[in-house]
Design a protein around this ligand. Structure first.
Ligand code: PFF
Length: 450
């Protein structure tokens, strides 16, 4: 037996589901969901987003799980193992590239979260005074050093965990911290519902303005958000499922990930929008700063208990971001390990340091010394846009087309355990027709629209 061929594996099926949920639930559900929903009109966006999650996200997630477990390798290796010498591997290469780009700015935002945690812990963020949190936030992200320092601290944690191997730490931490994050979000949601702006906030989130359905921009944001939040199109789910044993049921796993991930986002919306409509100085379309301005206003209003909530909240969001960032780094690490035949530690150092350095311009682009625009956008926003609007959908489309048309159908169905089920047929047709056409239309809009 050749020991080096022995792939690491998740200890239990639950361990895999937890890791996949840990990858999916992160800044995307709280930070990104709320600001994108806020910018895209609220309820109409939410409806379209849920539609995209079930019509495109769920089938593509199951496709990624199948490719990974069948391929038993990193994202590039998995495509090559299943379809040697075929161009499908481009999907894998795009995945490595995209996960690298996303992690570069994901580390920056997660750094902001870690900073807020410390700022509450040390009292710097308390007593800022009602209405002053926007200034507090803008001053912090516009600093010349602080955003980089906190980004590096966060990335050092990510590197440390991936360095020693993903499985052990993640299974345990997700088992404890995910439920805690859910509990604290539900508490905050209940509190938000008592605020003056609760009625308006809920109406914003749940009463659609039907005219928004005719706006391609809202659809394109919804598809981008669906991919981001489910960790699709960048090989994270392919990489994780390659560490999975044959017995686990992929369909149940995909269903659990999608359901939990969507619930987290909706509850986060119920926390944030009532607050947005309560505090006069914030608008729903305030952009990426939304949670960093609105939630501190809520915590401030809660009095002494607010500080405790804030500490728990930012701590748990940081942990959620950590498990997502780990899965992002793991994509490059497992690729480098196989491609260069390096061990895990060396591969982690190379990929981890490279991605952290590449993230520094993003950290300094939000009012800091590198606030110039490339193609009309600050660096962080540019990387976000390139991935969200182009590379993610493209890589997602390649997975869908590959499993729908390129791969032997009997094998694909066997992998999901849906061989004799009508859902299997439905799944394949979603991948063959619905997802590719939907994504192609969005890509067309993103490239040629507005
Ligand atoms: N899904 C994560 C979130 O919602 O925060 C972000 C993410 C993790 C995206 C892993 C992509 C990925 F591969």
């Amino acid at each position: 037996m050749v020991v080096t061929n022995q792939r690491e594996q998740f200890a239990t099926k639950l361990g895999f589901i937890l890791a996949a949920v840990g990858s999916a639930v992160g800044l995307g559900n709280i930070w990104r969901f709320s600001y994108v929903a806020g910018e895209s009109g609220g309820a109409a966006f939410l409806l379209i987003y849920v539609l995209c999650i079930f019509l495109i996200g769920l089938p593509v997630l199951l496709a990624e799980f199948s490719v990974g477990r069948r391929g038993q390798s990193d994202v590039v290796g998995s495509y090559n193992n299943i379809a040697p010498g075929k161009p499908w591997v481009i999907g894998g290469i795009l995945g490595v590239l995209t996960s690298f780009l996303i992690l570069s700015f994901y580390g920056v935002i997660a750094g902001w979260v870690v900073y807020y945690f410390f700022a509450y812990l040390t009292g710097q963020a308390t007593g800022v005074g009602e209405g002053n949190y926007a200034d507090f936030f803008v001053t912090f992200i516009g600093g010349a050093a602080a955003p980089v320092v906190w980004q590096v601290i966060f990335m050092a944690l990510v590197l440390g965990i991936v360095f020693f191997g993903v499985k052990k730490g993640i299974e345990l931490s997700n088992k404890i911290f995910m439920p805690l994050l859910a509990i604290i979000l539900i508490f905050l949601a209940v509190y938000s519902l008592t605020l003056d702006g609760a009625g308006e906030g809920l109406a914003f989130l749940f009463t659609p303005d039907w005219s928004a359905f005719a706006e391609p921009g809202v659809w394109s944001s919804a598809v981008g958000q669906a991919f981001f939040t489910l960790s699709l199109g960048m090989g994270a789910m392919i990489t994780y499922s390659s560490y999975l044993s044959r017995e686990a049921n992929l369909t149940t796993a995909a269903g659990s990930v999608v359901t939990l991930d969507t619930l987290f986002a909706i509850v986060a919306g119920i926390v944030i929008f009532p607050a947005v409509f309560t505090f006069a100085n914030v608008e729903p379309d305030a952009g990426p700063g939304l949670i960093f301005i609105v939630l501190p206003e809520v915590f401030n209003q809660m009095g002494g208990a607010g500080t405790i909530f804030a500490i728990f909240f930012f701590f748990l969001v940081a942990i959620a971001a950590l498990s997502s960032a780990i899965s992002l780094l793991e994509v490059s690490v497992s690729y480098v390990m196989r491609q260069l035949n390096w061990n895990r530690r060396k591969a982690t150092l190379l990929a981890g340091i490279a991605v952290t350095v590449f993230g520094i311009p993003s950290a300094l682009s939000q009012g800091g010394p590198l606030t110039f625009e490339f193609f009309g956008l600050p660096f962080l926003d540019l990387i976000d846009t390139i991935t969200d609007q182009y590379t993610l959908p493209l890589a997602g489309m390649i997975v869908a087309l590959f499993v729908g048309w390129g791969w032997n159908q009997v094998d694909a169905l066997k992998e999901t355990g849906l061989t004799n089920s009508p859902f299997g047929v439905l799944w394949l047709w979603m991948l063959r027709i619905v997802a590719p056409i939907g994504i192609a239309w969005i890509l067309f809009q993103n490239i040629f629209g507005a």
